[in-house]
Design a binder for this molecule. Sequence first.
Ligand SMILES: C[S@@+](CC[C@H](N)C(=O)[O-])C[C@H]1O[C@@H](n2cnc3c(N)ncnc32)[C@H](O)[C@@H]1O
Length: 294
Amino acid sequence: MSPTRLIWPRRRYGARRDSVAVVTENSLPDGQPAAEIDTTVSHSARVWDYWLGGKDNYAVDREVGDRIAAMLPDIVRHARADRAFLGRAVRYLAAEAGIRQFLDIGTGLPTANNTHEVAQRVAPESRVVYVDDDPLVLVHARALLTSTPEGVTSYIQADLHHPADIIGGAAQTLDFTQPVAITLLGVLWHVTDNDEADSIINQLVDALPSGSYLAIAHPTLEVTGEKMAAAIRYWNEYGTPPGTHRTPAEIARFFDGLELVEPGVVSSTLWRPEPAQIGAAEAIDQFCAVGRKP
Ligand SMILES: C[S@@+](CC[C@H](N)C(=O)[O-])C[C@H]1O[C@@H](n2cnc3c(N)ncnc32)[C@H](O)[C@@H]1O
């Protein structure tokens, strides 16, 4: 089997919702999903890419991104800090926790230090499945499929609101009898209903064996208060999909039944900072945590 594969749900192309297609990287026709890309409304993956300094965004994304940055100047730092947290968390999971399988849901557009690059630098045999529902991410997914020969990377276009589809698709690449780390970085805030968010987390964690991990990064109002609240209100008017903030206690509840890795639920800048950052990093309104399934 090729170490790099693309998977997308056939329902987008006319088949059943629960059916996912696995194809080799080369068999995805160029530009197939482009017709689905809406350049009239700002999208989460593309605005995030803009704040990270990427080029895979449209005028509408830059305009909304600039307006939010005017309300919440910290936002560009948030995006970069979130990616830095991804790097430290995945390195921790691969190097210290011994994880060799990763399910990165809400991947975003490819950038520097994607999950497979961080994991495979530690353990080249790491297997990584990426999941996003934005068709532009699928267009650029080949950049996520640059696996080491010893490992595997796959991509699924799927919706977090349907976790069973995600587990079913990921099971074509990952062995769910062995530990898996699920990362939900900057995506769970797009599930605005608390009961639905709980149900999604429960379904994802239930699919994992003991020794698996869950990592979450999520916006809060702890640091910037009304500025972040206003930015989220603006986003919900002009961006898609809508989002919500949660308190650190609400984020902690997603880890009920899991063992929180030290230092628990904290600003993502303060989660196991690099030695040079210890004592220097300032809190931001993106909180995070990593938990282990006992
Ligand atoms: C703010 S970006 C975060 C990207 C990346 N995880 C990071 O931390 O840098 C949120 C991502 O979640 C994706 N997303 C939003 N809602 C989703 C859903 N229901 N299912 C799958 N992906 C979703 C967006 O397309 C976007 O790529």
